[in-house]
Ligand binder design. Structure first.
Ligand code: ATP
Ligand code: MG
Length: 1031
């Protein structure tokens, strides 16, 4: 707290509880004065705020100040109205309960200003959405409207509240101001028709005349001059320097639109205000003979008739006559002049009073919160303050009675009940004496014996009851009450200060002398029936609501004004006692509305009657804070591990454990029977701060838990969903599989049936099967066709397709052959033809043939360079077709000689270097013999008749097949080639024959055998294959 103080704030003591001489009134006043001089108008007594009216604008209500006090602990900053407002608001939010702020003090002490500042504070600092902005605006703008119609300048206060106002501000759980409700209490209607000297009528009349534009005034039949209106001139102070009616008019006009008054309503409202002014100007004169009242003119009447929408004649009659009802008939009785003025004024008061009630209702409708969820409220009570004038009437009596009631409530809630509570709770306590104003409240309100009861009795009793008989009755019934005195009952000294018509009450705030004149009338608040009837015929929408035909039928006597007021105050007290209180006690520094002037006597008086000293003593000796164990434990249990999260024992023990754990010193608290009492606020604030920190930690924990819980829930939901999807999917899959299986069974069945019927002619049963078999075979066949012509493989067909397969095989072969043939060139063709010849001659006849198959026949084995030039020249023109190296065996002796065998177009030549040793023309070629073995020996047979020929040629060549084939194809004599088993005969010449024997052996050899034959040994076939393999 100290840390936040500036040097200026340190003036005096901010909280009277800290005052050393706390029993001294002088010290109390000194502190107030000291602070007032420094413009420090607020001082605490514990949590109660004492406010001193500065009568000047101080820079302490701006946005910066509001922000400073927002959410800060009560005692951390210098005393301020905002601190109190903020504290109530925060407690409301955390404890979720209802509050009220009781603002009390005498007239002009600053109650209305304080309540407006609090409302502004909430409007600015509470969280709000755009939607709620309009609610806040309406709450704020309800003030200027109600003040215009319900406030007036009095001798005590230029803006004195002439009605009581209790306003509930409703908050939702987030702390947003979501709505409001206003209760109004007893408007001082008599002011409409009469004002004391130095006072004014309600502001709205002056505002309309100053601010209303010319057209409006013309429409209302008004002149811009308050002096012209009887109801505005009695106080002789229509102009007040502190009031700017013109500006206020604009504010009110704007506020009316914001609070959603329709143009029609506004028009009718001003029509009513103007009608009241016109009513006031109605003058009567007495009829000479009868003395009956007659209207002096009817200009005003016409305006009233127009503005209120009532028939002129009926209105005129009602203002001059009274309807008297007997059991059989209704009689119109003329009024005398006084009675007529009384009727006129009664009408003016009724119209204005009821319009004010309508206005409050209308504002309430616009503030109403539509949302039905639970709200907490903060109530602001701003009621007319205690007032004393030179002449005090029924209104002051009611106002001061109201202040007595509020003082009683304050005493109940602070001094009396507090001390009783200590007793009840068994807390040691030395009682503080205080003045209990219960006795005065009883004097006013007690049944049968109270002033109000006596007044009602007088109003209702038959016979001639007057204000004086009422005074007599009071003297009779309460004459010996210590707080009541009259001129007759008073002593000498008292009599000097009182008139015979007066009675005096010794109020808690001082003596007030009331003049009884008008008490009965005002209490009865009578309006003649025919005036009500005329009003019921109105076309003015507001008057229509205010005067209902139903009222005319109700023959029950209405409650008197005082009783109504008493009952409404009882209700108010009930409303307030159900809420948590905060108090603002307003003081005024002087009676002259002057800034900077501190009237010691006046302030001392207020301090006394407001009971501030007693309050201080109780605060000082007592405890700043108390709470039931359950509530205290519930809130602060997180601060102690033993009590968190649950305490299972009795709450009192729980609280004891808790406070010991958090380290309360014994002198700081006391434990009562049901509550804990904490002496200093700072102890509680420290606890609250600790709680806030702990709350954040707990919130984090709770958040984490909740998040976990949420995620877990989400996970479980997802899992359930996954299982469900899985189940569904499995179902779908199983159904699909089942269908598949069913299908498969059908197909298989069909297949089997088809298989069984496969050999039957095409029928329904085997139709598909056969198609399948066909399709299957053909597709398989497609992948297994023979790769080439030599590949003899062919996919075995099912029985039904054998023919097809055969045809296909043929086509395939033909196709391959075609392709093959197309791919063969001329040289290869020639080669192939030779191979075909070789095949027909040797295949299966001579060993070694199959080994030569893959080797193509060469064109020649001798190049031209290898042939001797001479030989070449000799045979060139015959065109050499083939040449190879051979071994020639002599026919006699079989001597081997190396020779070249050259085949031309026409003959075969055996050549030794440049010599042609032997020429065999093809035309003479008789035969060619080879053995069936693998040797390379061949014999060319020539005719022996020819002497030129030397005989058959025995040749041996490595390429026997190739050479023999070339020879016989060139000679075009394939038929002459013979493969001989065993021996070959050959002609030597001149008819001699030789023999060549062929056999197989381990080695190849050619030699002359003993029998004179040529022996040719070749390798056996098995050896031949082995060699080939080995190679
Ligand atoms: N805090 C303040 N700062 C400045 N001026 C103030 C303050 N409080 C009151 N005043 C002045 O005192 C005047 C009277 O105050 P206010 O109307 O609030 O009195 P009240 O207690 O409501 O009186 P009543 O009981 O007659 O309605 C205000 O018009 C204003 O000029
Ligand atoms: Mg006021």
């Amino acid at each position: 707290m100290e840390g936040a103080l500036t040097a200026r704030d340190r003036v005096g003591i901010q909280d009277f509880v800290l005052l050393d001489s706390f029993t001294s009134e002088t010290a109390f006043l000194d502190n107030l004065r000291k602070r007032f001089r420094e413009n420090l108008i607020y001082t605490y007594i514990g949590t109660l705020l004492v406010s001193m009216n500065p009568y000047k604008d101080l820079e302490i209500y701006n946005l910066k100040q509001m922000e400073l006090y927002m959410g800060v602990n009560f005692f951390e900053l210098p005393p301020h109205l905002y601190a109190l407002a903020d504290n109530a608001y925060r407690t409301m939010l955390t404890e979720y309960n209802n509050h009220f702020i009781l603002i009390s003090g005498e007239s002009g002490a600053g109650k209305t200003v304080a309540s407006k500042k609090i409302l502004q504070y909430y409007a600015v600092t509470c969280p709000s959405s755009d939607q709620l902005q309009s609610v806040r605006d309406r709450l704020l703008h309800s003030n200027p409207v109600l003040e215009a119609f319900g406030n007036a300048k009095t001798l005590r206060n230029d803006n004195s509240s002439r009605f009581g106002k209790y306003m509930d501000i409703q908050f939702d759980f987030k702390g947003e101001a979501v709505g409001g409700h206003i209760l109004s209490y007893l408007l001082e209607k008599s002011r409409v028709v009469h004002q004391n000297h130095g006072e004014r009528n309600f502001h709205i009349f002056y505002q309309l005349l100053s601010g209303g534009d010319d057209e409006l005034l013309r429409w209302l039949g008004l002149e811009r001059n308050a002096q012209k209106y009887c109801y505005l001139v009695q106080g002789e102070c229509a102009k007040v320097s502190s009031i700017n009616d013109k500006l206020d008019w604009r504010t009110v006009r704007k506020a009316l639109s914001i609070i959603s008054f329709g143009e029609n309503d506004i028009e009718h409202l001003f029509g009513i205000i103007a009608s009241v002014l016109h009513l006031g100007n109605i003058q009567y004169e007495g009829d000479g003979k009868s003395g009956n009242a007659m209207l002096s003119g009817n200009a005003e009447l016409r305006w009233i008739s127009k503005l209120l929408g009532v028939p002129l004649v009926a209105l005129q009659e009602a203002l001059t006559h009274r309807k008297i009802e007997t059991s059989t008939e209704e009689v119109l009785s003329p009024l005398d002049v006084d009675q007529a003025y009384y009727a006129r004024d009664a009408l003016a008061k009724a119209i204005y009073g009821r319009t004010f009630t309508w206005l409050v209702k209308k504002i309430n409708e616009s503030l109403e919160n539509q949302d039905a969820t639970r709200k907490t409220v903060i109530g602001l009570l701003d009621i007319y303050g205690f007032e004393v004038f030179s002449i005090n009437s029924f209104e002051q009596f009611c106002i001061n009675y109201c202040n007595e009631k509020l003082q009683q409530l304050f005493i109940q809630l602070t001094l009396k009940s507090e001390q009783e509570e200590y007793d009840l709770e068994g807390i040691e306590w030395e009682p503080v004496q205080f003045f209990n104003n219960r006795i005065i409240c009883d004097l006013v309100e007690q049944k049968h014996k109270g002033v109000i009861s006596i007044l009602d009795e007088e109003c209702m009793r038959p016979g001639e009851a007057t204000d004086l008989t009422f005074l007599d009755k009071m003297e009779e019934k309460i004459g010996n009450h210590p707080h009541f005195v009259t001129h007759r009952l008073g002593d000498q000294k008292t009599r000097k200060t009182m008139e015979r018509m007066d009675f005096r009450l010794l109020h808690y705030a001082g003596e007030v002398t009331y003049c009884v004149i008008g008490f009965l009338d005002k209490n009865n608040d009578l309006l003649y029936r025919n005036l009500k009837e005329v009003m019921c015929q109105t076309r003015n929408s507001i008057i229509k609501v205010c005067f209902e035909f139903l009222e005319l039928d109700n023959r029950k006597r209405p409650e008197t004004v005082a009783t109504q007021f008493k009952n409404s105050l009882m209700e108010l007290i009930e409303i307030l006692t159900s809420k948590e209180p905060s108090y603002v006690r307003c003081l005024k520094p002087n009676d002259a509305k002057q800034a900077g002037h501190f009237d010691d006597v006046l302030v001392r008086h207020q301090v006394k009657y407001l009971g501030l000293m007693e309050h201080l003593r109780v605060r000082r000796a007592g405890f700043a804070y108390r709470r039931r164990y359950e509530i205290f434990l519930q809130r602060y249990k997180p601060l102690c591990p033993a009590t968190w999260p649950h305490w299972h024992g009795p709450p009192a023990q729980g609280v004891e454990t808790l406070v010991k754990y958090i380290g309360y010193k014994p002198e700081e608290y006391k434990l009562g029977r049901t509550k804990i009492f904490i002496r200093h606020p700072k102890t509680l604030f420290a606890t609250e701060d600790a709680f806030q920190i702990c709350k954040n930690e707990l919130a984090t924990k709770v958040q984490a838990k909740y998040k976990g819980y949420k995620v877990k829930g989400e996970y479980q939901r997802q899992k359930q969903a996954a299982i469900k999807i899985e189940t569904c999917w499995r179902g779908v899959k199983a159904r699909k599989d089942r269908r598949k299986r069913e299908w498969a069974v059908k197909v298989i069945k069909k297949f089997i049936k088809g298989f069984m019927y496969r050999n039957q002619p095409l029928c329904k049963e085997n139709e598909e099967y056969l198609t399948f078999v066909r399709h299957n075979y053909l597709t398989k066949l497609k992948d297994h066709l023979p790769k080439n012509l030599l590949d003899k493989s062919w996919l075995k067909p099912p029985a039904m397709l054998e023919k097809t397969s055969e045809l296909l095989h043929k086509i395939c072969l033909r196709n391959m052959v075609r392709k093959y043939i197309k791919g063969i060139g001329a040289p290869r063709k020639a080669q192939m033809q030779l191979k075909v010849v070789a095949s027909t001659l040797f295949k299966g006849k001579k060993e070694g043939y199959s080994q030569t198959l893959p080797k193509p026949f060469a064109d020649t084995r001798l190049s031209e360079q290898e042939i001797n030039m001479k030989v070449l020249q000799m045979i060139r023109n015959e065109r050499i077709k083939y040449g190879t190296q051979v071994v020639k065996y002599d026919r006699n002796g079989f001597k081997p000689r190396s020779r070249q065998l050259i085949l031309t177009q026409v003959a075969a030549y055996v050549v030794e270097d440049a010599k042609i040793k032997q020429k065999v023309e093809y035309s003479t070629l008789k035969g060619v013999s080879v053995s069936s073995l693998s040797d390379g020996v061949f014999v060319i047979h020539v005719p022996c008749t020819d002497n030129k020929q030397k005989g058959d040629l025995i040749l041996q060549c490595d390429y026997v097949f190739e050479t023999v084939i070339k020879l016989c194809t060139l000679a075009n004599k394939q038929g002459v080639v013979k493969v001989v088993q065993g021996s070959v005969k050959f002609m030597i010449n001149s008819g001699k024959e030789g023999i060549i024997d062929f056999s197989t052996g381990q080695d190849c050899a050619i030699y002359k055998a003993n029998n004179g034959h040529l022996m040719v040994v070749s390798l056996s076939n098995t050896l031949l294959c082995g060699i080939k393999h080995f190679k």
